[in-house]
Design a protein. Structure first.
Length: 445
């Protein structure tokens, strides 16, 4: 099935506390048969146990809680990204797709049976206190997370704005666990930011893939291209936890005029998708460098893989997270929901990135700034994300706010060029791109 930019036959939904950075497809067609006799035999055992608990257990139990617990255990045993959601959890998930949620702003998954941070979302409370990709959450509010389900962990971490949650973290290279007390806040999902690093080299940061990411990116590119000849673009997908499959496809399609973008394969025919690029009305021929790291997951890996395999961009950084599965969100009859892994996705070359991730064309580790610069970076991020001024609707405040935003943008550009060695290296590559492209090989004899 071919997917164009403006028409998708799949209704795609994002979960956005960012749990697992998964790609979620809502709805499912077709069924897979099972051995009916075996199924009913095992259901009889289940009902027998349920009757014994209701009849003989030392304390009375809520039947619904027993059944929900059994379902959660069954789904939990499938893989780290499948889970059963209560009515309340499913309702929250649907609300989160609207562009913001309340929490600390961190994407988590279960890796090697340990609750692990995929990446903190840029500018959020988790990001500001210094949580990092790869951090292992061993306690939430002093309760051990061993054998804790993903949804249970999410429920404990989330909470009302202004309240605090205490996390105990194990980090590679640290001798002792780290303690974080994080104040929860409303997490706005601003997915696209753009700057010019030089008069001719643009920079676009995509922090996640939500419902309007491709539209916002298209507008950002058009604004950057207005009246300028762009000679190179840096597409920053570092610490991007993923999101909507549809948006990953549309973002890739903004830079591709032909070729395969991604394919998915599952047990049900409706999960077998082939997404192809189509000629854009406004071709973009400038060179692109995509930045990735271990926090680049899911939809971010689809974009990086599509541009890499189609020889449209050079990928620079470190190996990505390696999440190559698709989750379907299925509403259930009582208002609860099921998030179920239903397919794997493959890059244009036919490679599954599950576990292996995207390997950059140019491998380059990020070099952290010195201690003083770390403090300065933290200060700057807090300043950039102070959006309280925008709430003041007085006319006389509008101009100063816009001026301050431009100043912060200039500071962000300066920080990227001075303190981010991966961005700096990408800029140098783009500067020399035109020079090397003019070099002619020796004529054949």
């Amino acid at each position: 099935m071919s997917i164009t930019k403006k028409r998708f036959t799949l209704n795609i939904v994002l979960i956005s506390l960012f749990v697992g950075g998964a790609l979620f497809l809502s709805g499912s067609d077709g069924e897979v048969g099972a051995d009916t006799e075996d199924v009913y035999r095992n259901i009889e055992i289940f009902t027998e146990v349920l009757r014994q608990i209701e009849k003989s257990y030392v304390e009375p139990q809520d039947p619904q809680e027993l059944i929900y617990g059994a379902i959660k255990g069954m789904v939990h045993n499938l893989d780290p990204h499948s889970s059963f959601m209560t009515k309340e959890e499913y309702r929250e998930l649907m609300l989160e797709t609207k562009g913001s949620f309340t929490g600390i702003g961190v994407e988590i998954t279960v890796k090697d049976n340990v609750l692990t941070v995929v990446s903190p979302i840029e500018g959020t409370p988790a990001y500001k206190v210094g949580m990092k990709a790869g951090d292992k959450i061993i306690k939430i509010e002093n309760k051990r997370t061993k054998d804790m389900s993903l949804m249970e962990a999410v429920k404990k971490i989330r909470g009302p704005k202004g309240t605090k949650v205490n996390l105990t973290i194990m980090r590679e290279g640290e001798a002792k666990p780290l303690e974080f007390s994080i104040t929860r806040g409303v997490i706005p999902l601003i997915s696209v930011r753009q700057y010019f690093l030089t008069p001719e080299i643009g920079y676009v940061r995509i922090s996640n893939f939500q419902s309007k990411t491709a539209k916002d990116l298209s507008a950002a590119l058009e604004e950057m291209e207005k009246g300028r000849e762009i000679k190179g673009l840096i597409l920053d997908l570092r610490n991007n936890p993923g999101g909507l499959l549809s948006q990953a496809i549309e973002v890739s399609d903004l830079f591709l005029n032909s070729g395969l973008i991604v394919s998915t394969k599952g047990r049900i025919s409706s999960q077998n998708i082939t997404a192809t690029a189509h000629t854009d009305k406004k071709p973009r021929t400038y060179p692109i460098i995509v930045l990735v790291n271990s926090g680049s997951a899911s939809a971010a890996e689809i974009v990086a893989g599509a541009l890499q395999d189609n020889k449209r961009a050079i990928v620079l950084g470190t190996r990505t997270f390696g999440k190559g599965s698709v989750q379907t969100i299925l509403p259930l009859s009582d208002g609860s929901g099921l998030r179920l892994t239903t397919a794997r996705y493959y890059t244009p070359s036919g490679k599954s990135i599950q576990l292996s991730g995207i390997v950059p064309d140019i491998e380059l580790d990020f070099t952290p700034p010195n201690e003083q610069e770390k403090k300065d970076v933290g200060k700057f991020v807090r300043e950039e994300d102070l959006e309280g001024h925008m709430a003041n609707e007085k006319v006389e405040d509008i101009a100063p706010v816009e001026k301050n935003n431009e100043m912060e943008k200039d500071r962000r550009v300066k920080m990227l060029l001075e303190r981010d060695n991966q961005v700096r290296h990408a800029v140098e590559l783009l500067k020399t791109w035109a020079i090397f492209s003019q070099i002619k090989t020796a004529p054949g004899k």
